[in-house]
Design a protein around this ligand. Structure first.
Ligand code: ADP
Ligand code: F6P
Length: 325
């Protein structure tokens, strides 16, 4: 093993938490320790960095966390971090604390913060942690698999009661402006309709007609998986009931999707990505985001990664429609 190019690194989680973030923290701490690099944990993201909420970590600090949802380092959003002066101050704090490298686990916003810190001379590596799957440079984000499974199970439950009462159900899943959670749940739950911000044309007349038709062909429920980015689920349910006469309920799954025991996939990907981040820092690399593309772990320049665009895979969307009777 090569002599690491730095002696001390830190790790923080930022933006919305995601199941599997703890596995990533553990991998960073354990693989750094393995290489003889000291690790500090920064609590509450960039807000905690500015307040110097910094703790020493070792192999023991990350025992028994692999199976825990959330993040042991807590997370926060910090608007003031967008200011250059504040970024300079944060870099100064890192230097004072002996932090030469930083692993940032979060989404695009958090990577932007990491990019700014790297411009101030702190080596940074981003790890994709978000249930939304909305990071363009990677096919996989830590937390998506758990969230999509939690949502899928919840939708199965709603479907049972919806069928028993012969109702229509509008079920809203998270995802901010992205429809990945909704598309995957829609396919996994056999939803009659999937409304995605990237695709929904807001042709409500056509939607109402499909609901009426599915009743005519003998369906006992009509499940609509609605993405948060489309929203308006409660009013949509009211309009459906009014026009079709079919009793309709709206269920907004909310933060239930963000908690709970991470799946095997989330733990394993997070572990590999955490180690990759430390390897990059140990080589003296900075300003990279780790991703998983076409079955391989890769890394990109943060600026390049942030410029990449991502969209729903059209073929998957079309297939989701073919599977509905
Ligand atoms: P996510 O990382 O999940 O995309 P946010 O968009 O809320 O979540 O961003 C998390 C945090 O990243 C913000 O609260 C802020 O501290 C930091 N951040 C976001 N955008 C910038 C920016 N343009 N410059 C510096 N820091 C930023
Ligand atoms: O980015 C993760 C996410 O859960 C989004 O799906 C959602 O739009 C947002 O965070 C909710 O944020 P908060 O927990 O601050 O309400």
């Amino acid at each position: 093993m090569e002599e690491p190019k730095l002696k001390t690194i830190a790790v923080l989680t930022s933006g919305g938490d995601a199941p599997g973030m703890n596995a990533a923290i553990r991998a960073v701490v354990r693989s750094a320790t393995y290489r003889g690099i000291k690790v500090k944990g920064i609590c509450r993201g960039y807000a905690g960095l500015l307040k110097e909420e910094i703790i020493d970590m070792d192999g023991n600090s990350v025992s028994d966390i692999l199976n825990r949802g959330g993040t042991i380092l807590y997370t926060a959003r910090c608007e003031e971090f967008k200011q250059l002066e504040v970024q300079k101050q944060a870099a100064e704090i890192c230097r004072k604390q002996g932090i030469e490298g930083l692993v940032v686990i979060g989404g695009d916003g958090s990577f932007m913060g990491a990019l700014k810190l790297s411009k101030q001379g702190i080596n940074t590596i981003g790890l994709p942690g978000t249930i939304d799957l909305d990071i363009a440079c990677t096919d996989y984000t830590i937390g998506f698999d758990t969230a999509v499974n939690v949502a899928m199970e919840a939708i199965d439950r709603v479907r049972d009661t919806s069928t028993s009462h012969e109702r229509c159900s509008v079920i809203e899943v998270m995802g901010r402006n992205a429809g990945y959670l909704a598309l995957w749940c829609g396919i996994a739950n056999g939803a009659e309709d999937i409304l995605l911000p990237e695709r929904y044309d807001r042709n409500e007349e056509a939607l109402l007609e499909r609901i009426a038709n599915s009743r005519k062909i003998g369906k006992r429920h009509h499940i609509i998986v609605n993405a948060e980015g489309v929203g308006d689920s409660i009013n949509l349910a009211k309009r459906i009931e009014k026009v079709t006469g079919i009793e309709t309920r709206a269920t907004i799954l909310g933060h239930i999707q963000r908690g709970g025991t991470p799946t095997c996939s989330d733990r394993v990907h997070a572990s590999f990505m955490g180690v990759r981040a430390v390897e990059l820092l140990a080589q003296g690399t900075s300003n990279r985001v780790v991703g998983f593309k076409a079955g391989k772990y890769v890394d990109y320049d943060i600026e390049e990664a942030l410029q990449m665009k991502k969209d729903i895979i059209e073929e998957q969307y079309q297939i989701s429609k073919q599977l509905v009777r």
